[in-house]
Design a protein around this ligand. Structure first.
Ligand SMILES: [Zn+2]
Length: 322
């Protein structure tokens, strides 16, 4: 679909926004994350100082950023009211998510393990259409606010579609069909995203409403990337400024290569920042503005045009979500 023909609105935490209001958008970030099971596993998975998060987002705005897809789903330490506050104070559009993360990020007594598939579908739909729950880390369908989630975040773990994950993906697919919202997928190293894509298509979802994330570090084999793109899915690439995987030149060449194969309308980018990579939390870190201030330069050096950059940061975000 041509972007100019999109009539639907995006759902940000401060209300609906029209496609032309979006601006430069990084498609997979974490701006506020409370201390929970994920923090016990990795201390960088705690981003709980709202003032610091606001500072970071203001730097992003100064560099030209305007919107962010927030990838922490409800019930998994998403700081829901804080996301509203960060958006109000910074003027940045934040599009929040419902859904589920890797199950190791939840305590054993979390409702995600005990609620039925239908109840999980209901939770996701309510977050998308009525408003998000603020106390979902501990309570199922407790306190709800007006701010709504704008998409469904899911996670494909290395164990694949075990019965526990199958149930979650079925619930997410039902909610996506009912609420007509897109599904973002965290892809873990060692998993099979192509098999998941086939499964979600069998569940009645369209490939062009699916965003597969982190492939550039999780499953970098070109065949996997191309198989997902050939079927029409979006890829969110974010191994940027992450030098233990590869340098930015190598990352820029992935974009160049996929553009050369005709896929510039299906690529998104972001940094997937954690505490360790935000300047306001970790002095000397690359910061949320790194993509704008540094990485775009690497893309331009390879001849990637402003129009193509606008697609990754803006038009493809709209195509993938609306
Ligand atoms: Zn993430």
């Amino acid at each position: 679909m041509e972007v100019k023909d999109i009539k639907r609105k995006l759902i940000s935490v401060c209300g609906p926004i029209s496609p032309e209001e979006l601006g430069f958008c990084q498609s997979h970030e974490h701006l506020a994350l409370s201390r929970g099971r994920s923090w016990e596993i990795d201390p960088n998975l705690c981003i709980d100082d709202v003032e610091k998060s606001i500072q970071e987002v203001l730097l992003y705005r100064q560099a030209g950023g305007m919107a962010i897809l927030e990838a922490q789903p409800g019930g998994c330490n998403r700081m829901t009211e804080e996301l509203v506050k960060i958006s109000e104070r910074s003027g940045i559009h934040i599009i929040a998510s419902t859904g589920f993360h890797k199950l190791r990020f939840y305590y054993e007594d979390h409702w995600i393990f005990s609620r039925s598939q239908e109840e999980l579908t209901d939770f996701f739909i309510r977050e998308l259409t009525e408003g998000m729950f603020t106390d979902a880390d501990t309570i199922f369908e407790g306190n709800q606010i007006q701010a709504k989630a704008g998409f469904i975040k899911t996670a494909l773990d290395s164990c694949g579609l075990t019965p526990a994950y199958r149930r979650l993906f079925l619930a997410a697919a039902d909610a996506a069909r009912t609420a007509k919202r897109s599904v973002m997928i965290h892809v873990e190293k060692g998993s099979d995203p192509v098999a998941l894509l086939d499964f979600l298509i069998q569940c009645g979802l369209s490939a062009n409403r699916l965003i597969f994330c982190h492939l550039d570090r999780a499953c970098p084999a070109p065949d996997t990337l191309l198989a997902l793109l050939e079927k029409g899915s979006f890829l969110e690439l974010d191994t940027i400024g992450r030098f233990k995987y590869h340098d930015d030149q190598a990352e820029a060449r992935i974009f160049q290569d996929l553009i050369g194969k005709g896929y510039e309308d299906q690529l998104l980018f972001s940094l997937d920042t954690t505490r360790a990579r935000m300047k306001s939390y970790t002095p000397g870190a690359i910061g949320l503005d790194y993509l704008l201030l540094v990485f775009l330069g690497r893309l331009r050096e390879l001849g990637i045009t402003e129009e193509q950059i606008r697609k990754f940061s803006h038009e493809n975000v709209l195509r993938s979500l609306l």
